[in-house]
Design a protein around this ligand. Structure first.
Ligand code: NI
Length: 168
């Protein structure tokens, strides 16, 4: 399988609201599979379709190994594909944490996001689902859903002097 390249800013597709997925076929499953492969190759935790040049409301996310954020330990999150997502905030507490993006190489900066969300969407077969997510996983999902709506983490940065080129 030849994997697509990740597109970077200022590519206009990164600023577009993507089209809803209406056909749940083998091609969509293949797209999800290659998106997961691209995400792993880039050592990312999430990837949206427009980041590989595709105009469709689908993203993947996952973390292969157990990980630690701010001293809190998390189990691995198996890679999954989410189609036509919607995010409802269920815990409005704002947590600020550094984010980066595969489409904005070598830039990180502090982004405040709600701690808890309900993620609604469909799986790659079109089956609707909803799940409640908290903390780091909720953050990753919010970042990816933003991508599908043409939004980047840079849009949340109010003080550009806080951007930096290496993780703290
Ligand atoms: Ni990103």
């Amino acid at each position: 399988m030849k994997l697509p390249q990740i597109i970077t800013i200022p590519h206009p597709l990164l600023r577009q609201t993507l089209k809803p997925v209406t056909t749940f076929d083998a091609k969509l499953a293949e797209l999800a599979e290659s998106m997961i492969a691209v995400m792993h190759r880039a050592e990312g935790v999430g990837l949206a379709a427009n980041q590989i040049g595709i105009d469709a409301q689908i993203f993947v996310y996952g973390i292969e190994e157990a990980f630690e954020v701010k001293g809190q330990k998390f189990a691995p999150i198996p890679a999954r594909a989410i189609v036509n997502p919607k995010v409802l905030v269920i815990d409005e507490t704002i947590e600020v944490m550094d984010e980066g993006c595969l489409s904005i190489p070598n830039v990180w900066g502090p982004v405040g996001r709600p701690l808890g969300i309900e993620l609604q969407g469909q799986d790659i077969h079109g089956q609707p689902f909803s799940s409640k997510l908290f903390g780091y996983e909720a953050r990753v999902v919010q970042h990816e859903v933003d991508h599908l709506n043409g939004k980047l983490f840079l849009d949340y940065i109010t003080d550009p002097t806080k951007l930096h080129n290496g993780k703290e």
